[in-house]
Design a protein around this ligand. Structure first.
Ligand code: HEC
Ligand code: HEC
Length: 195
């Protein structure tokens, strides 16, 4: 089963309903964002598999929502969710989530892997995902993000299902040439360990 399918099943198993439709004419940013809480957690800090949205830069949020809407970024549920919102509403939510503080997810991690992950991060990722992945400027926050989501994301990047930014691709390929596939897992433990 592909990672996308797996994620979809987990979302469906949670019995979470899409609630994007029944909104008032001019809802506030907080009201709009409230409809995402069932999956993304209160104010965008997730407590389970689904990625956190809190503190992601508005620009990244808007681009991501547009990519879901157009189908440029493949999704299990977000393609349908994103279609329920206008550009104005997406912009409002982007500003709202950017202002929220991320509460890192509580999750288990492996200490040996995290130490290896830290070294790999410094060498191959820190240039863009600064401050150990805590700085949100590029691609949102990685530190404290759902490890399961990071695993799905890296799978999708490596399989080509989700397009990697070309300089990131260069670094990831360089890393995979110099190490082995366990490096990806180590990096994920490093990000997940920051709680
Ligand atoms: C039914 C559950 C569900 C609901 C409701 C939901 N999402 Fe999502 N969201 C997901 C899943 C699952 C993903 C991972 C991508 C995918 O497979 O669709 C995701 C991914 C995202 C991402 C990409 C995050 C990243 O780091 O790249 C954004 C942005 C996002 N959602 C925004 C929203 C917004 C805004 C709302 C409310 C209007 C919302 N979502 C409602 C399940 C949901
Ligand atoms: C040259 C800059 C650059 C480097 C180096 C880089 N990245 Fe990225 N990364 C990005 C950009 C830009 C995005 C946003 C992609 C998008 O818009 O979908 C991103 C997105 C991501 C995401 C998805 C986040 C999400 O919420 O969906 C993950 C995971 C990630 N990077 C991991 C890594 C890892 C691990 C490394 C090191 C091996 C790395 N990146 C190196 C630029 C970089």
């Amino acid at each position: 089963m592909g990672s996308t399918k797996l994620l979809q099943n987990m979302v469906l198993a949670g019995g979470l309903a899409l609630s994007a439709t029944s909104m008032a004419a001019t809802p506030s940013a907080a009201m709009l964002a409230g409809t995402c809480a069932a999956c993304h957690g209160t104010n965008g800090s997730s407590v389970a598999v689904i990625p956190s949205l809190a503190a992601a830069p508005a620009e990244y949020f808007v681009e991501t929502m547009k990519a879901f809407k157009s189908g440029a970024r493949k999704a299990t549920v977000m393609d349908r969710v994103a279609k329920g919102y206008s550009d104005e509403e997406i912009a409002l939510m982007g500003d709202y989530f950017a202002q929220q503080k991320l509460i890192p997810m509580k999750q288990g991690f492996d200490k040996t892997k995290l130490n290896q992950g830290k070294r790999l991060h410094d060498k191959y990722c820190e240039k863009c995902h600064e401050e150990d992945g805590r700085k949100p400027d590029v691609g949102g926050i990685l530190a404290g993000q759902s490890m399961m989501y990071l695993t799905f994301s890296m799978d999708d990047f490596l399989s080509g299902e989700r397009e990697m930014e070309k300089d990131m691709k260069k670094k990831v390929n360089e890393m995979l040439k110099e190490t082995d596939k366990s490096s990806i897992e180590s990096l994920i433990h490093f990000y997940g360990s920051q709680q």
